[in-house]
Design a binder for this molecule. Structure first.
Ligand SMILES: [Zn+2]
Length: 428
């Protein structure tokens, strides 16, 4: 058999020994210990390096990325000043402006191995400028990235003029998922109604749901339980995601225990966003300051599916970042106290296989025979080393075609008594 490509000696996550991977017509054709008798148009010797399915950014705001400093920097660094700055920037959004920034950011993510992105789009704009632009972007990037769009009511469905109508129009225009923001509505009752409306719209248009939910330090913000209950009552199990859920950090343990059980029963996915959670939560605290990320470890232990998002990249809420999901995963290790050896291995799943379950793409995702040949070859031998080093993504393939490559950086030390510079590898 003549293949298009063979990757030799590639290390799969949680496998004992390296494998040879043959690709034909854009799909994984053979994955086996060794393919000595086969040839291909191109061969890559992975030399024991880690190969993973594409990374997934399960939560980002592509309409806001790369706007940091416009019209001003966030002086306090808080969520509320971020929302204020965004409301000042929003009137100046144009079709071309949104497209240019989103396309640039997607290029960054793809170059780092992220080929599936779920982006929220702020629909609290009578002209829906950002949505129109991102619907075009979704089509234009199909050769390098699968983009899901969520109708996100940043200023509320009930608290913003014509919020219901704007959500509905977003669905009619082809937005893929229904969003919500119950904790930000003016009252508890309006927050409950926000969730109910998201479910009604999702049922009407047969769409999945991904709401920003309980993104606050307020332990009395309890809308995730409403999402879980609506999921059970509407029969939407597996199709619902609660994003952020940072208030869960501050619930008393008895209530958190009850809620986590309910989420598991309703098969609600949870998405944590380590960068934004780390900088935006705990801002009203003196000392001690809460970490403010949801209970990732406890959710996983209870059988709840958890994924990670980058959330912001150089926007009013988080000024730094370059869209690297491995960096987001590394931060989750610290914030969630998941530095046990197996826990570090588990974290990789939150930006790959678990995120694929959240995005409901598992039928065409993963390094398995007959599935599309999309993968990342990293300059590290294991998930543990990948999360330690954040190494170069040497080769990024989508459907059997190389769509990005990176040449790793090399460091050298110049000692006084040595003639030649010595390389520093950062490996013990
Ligand atoms: Zn968000």
């Amino acid at each position: 058999m003549q293949y298009d490509l063979i990757i030799r000696h590639a290390q799969l996550h949680r496998h004992q020994n390296p494998v040879d991977i043959a690709i034909k017509d854009g799909r994984f054709a053979r994955i086996t210990a060794s393919l000595p008798d086969n040839t291909a148009d191109r061969e890559i010797d992975a030399a024991g390096r880690l190969i993973t399915p594409p990374f997934i950014n399960a939560h980002v705001h592509l309409d806001a990325v790369l706007t940091v400093g416009q019209p001003r920097y966030n002086a306090s660094g808080t969520l509320l000043e971020g929302i204020q700055i965004w409301s000042e920037r929003k009137p100046t959004l144009t079709h071309e402006d949104v497209k240019r920034r989103a396309l640039e950011e997607i290029r960054w993510e793809v170059a780092q191995g992220t080929l599936h992105i779920r982006s929220h789009v702020d629909i609290c704009d009578p002209n829906l400028t950002a949505l129109r632009a991102l619907l075009e972007v979704r089509e234009e990037v199909r050769d390098i990235c699968d983009l899901q769009l969520v109708a996100f009511p940043q200023d509320g469905i009930l608290s913003f003029p014509n919020g219901h109508e704007l959500m509905r129009r977003a669905m009619e225009m082809g937005c893929g998922l229904v969003g919500g923001i119950p904790h930000y509505e003016w009252t508890r009752d309006m927050g409950v109604e926000d969730v109910h409306y998201a479910f009604a719209l999702a049922k009407e248009f047969n769409r999945d749901i991904d709401c920003h939910c309980d993104e606050t330090d307020d332990p009395h913000s309890r809308f995730t339980e409403v999402m879980a209950t609506d999921t059970l009552q509407q029969g939407w199990q597996g199709r619902v995601t609660a994003s952020h859920c940072t208030a869960m950090h501050s619930y008393d343990n008895a209530y958190a225990f009850k809620l986590i059980g309910l989420l598991a029963r309703a098969q609600v996915n949870v998405i944590a966003n380590p960068f934004d959670n780390a900088v935006l939560q705990g801002r009203f605290d003196t000392y001690p300051k809460r970490r403010g990320i949801t209970r990732v470890k406890e959710l996983l232990a209870a059988g709840v599916n958890v994924a990670l998002g980058h959330d912001s990249i150089m926007d009013p809420w988080f000024p730094l970042g370059r869209g690297d999901m491995l960096a987001a995963a590394q931060l989750a290790i610290f914030l969630c106290h998941m530095s046990g050896y197996e826990e570090i291995n588990d974290i990789l799943d939150l930006i790959t296989t678990r995120a694929a379950r959240t995005l409901r793409i598992t039928d065409h995702y993963g390094i398995e025979e007959d599935k599309p040949a999309s993968f990342v070859l990293l300059d590290a031998p294991s998930a543990f080393e990948a999360l330690r080093l954040l190494p170069a993504r040497l080769h990024v393939f989508k459907d059997g075609r190389e769509i990005a490559h990176t040449t790793p950086a090399h460091s050298f030390l110049h000692r006084q008594n040595e003639q030649e510079a010595q390389e520093v590898t950062y490996r013990p």
